[in-house]
Design a protein around this ligand. Sequence first.
Ligand code: ZN
Ligand code: ZN
Length: 392
Amino acid sequence: MQLLSQTTPYPDETIESYLLRLSQDNGYLGFADMADIFWDWLVTQDHELEGAFPNELQSVDVYKASQSSNFRVRALRLVAQLAGVEASELLNLCWLRSNTQFGAITAVSRGGLLVPRQLLRKSSVPVCTECLKQEAYIPYLWHLRAYKACHKHSQQLTRICEQCDAEVDYRVSEAFLECECGTAIKPGPKASQADLKLASALTSNANAKLVRLMAWFSQWKSISYDDDEFSELFVSYFSNWPSGFEGELSNTAELAKVKQLRPFNHTPFNDVFGSLLKDSKLGCAGSQGYNTVQLAIITFLTKLVEQNPKKKHPNLGDLLLSMLDVAVILGTSTEQVFRLYEEGFLATAQPPKKNAFLKPSDNVFYPRQVIELHQSFAPNIPNNQQQFVPPW
Ligand SMILES: [Zn+2]
Ligand SMILES: [Zn+2]
């Protein structure tokens, strides 16, 4: 079996867009119609593929197949055969799941670009009407929640149908320039400078770093990518980097002195600075070494320790860090931190209780000592995790 009309995928097209065009080029009434035919044919080829190809466009992408993503890949290979294209051409259009994470957030990857899964739009996909008039397909950038304006036409992507107020989604309407209600999608207004800046940066070589910083910013500032202000706030925050961030941390430290309830040598670092260290890991996914946020944190902590030397009265240099926190500051693993402790490079606030293991979340280390240890080692060779003690 072979489809009569062959459709060539665009390199930056989404798999949903391609399959929709394929069904239209071949005269099917809709995607579901073509999917039914595929379903029957796939099972005759390979009985394990029963159900491996969904008949809803929204569920087609490989990362959505969770447990059965290997069957989805196998099914797409056979679909490529039917469509007369290379299997790799189709798989390159898909978002794949990844073992790498943004902190605790799972990641998906396409063409080497790793993004947190929540950066992908779920219920709608806004469009640039000008792009669609030139070439009728959906580029993957429109699936990213932070891509809000077309960088080619400087207009806002159209998100809402003027007629019925529904969110635009070609996967539901099965038409690129029409809402589900049948109304033609209108061009969006002129884009804001901040939206355009982020949109262009998402197409640049620095897009991976940008995605990591956006993931961190969204979490740290508790602001959704969908928020109308997101681009504006992000751009202004990083145009004042790192002094704005350092000022924010200094204010937090000053406030802690005012609000202090317990002596600082009995106060966990996280009680004062919240999830600062944990969140900073969001800026690391898929990259090695310290990220921009972590470098600023280390600079801040170094100053904090300098300004708060060891004295009789405990100060902010005596807050308590866990092994997990220390691992972030030293740019290493918790296993390495444990070795540093075992070998006497790091002391704990109290000696561990008899027969009790030190847990990664126990708050027992002093920032002063950790920063001094950090300073006592030569700067890291780029792109390597810092190793203080040989692992053997
Ligand atoms: Zn456009
Ligand atoms: Zn509508």
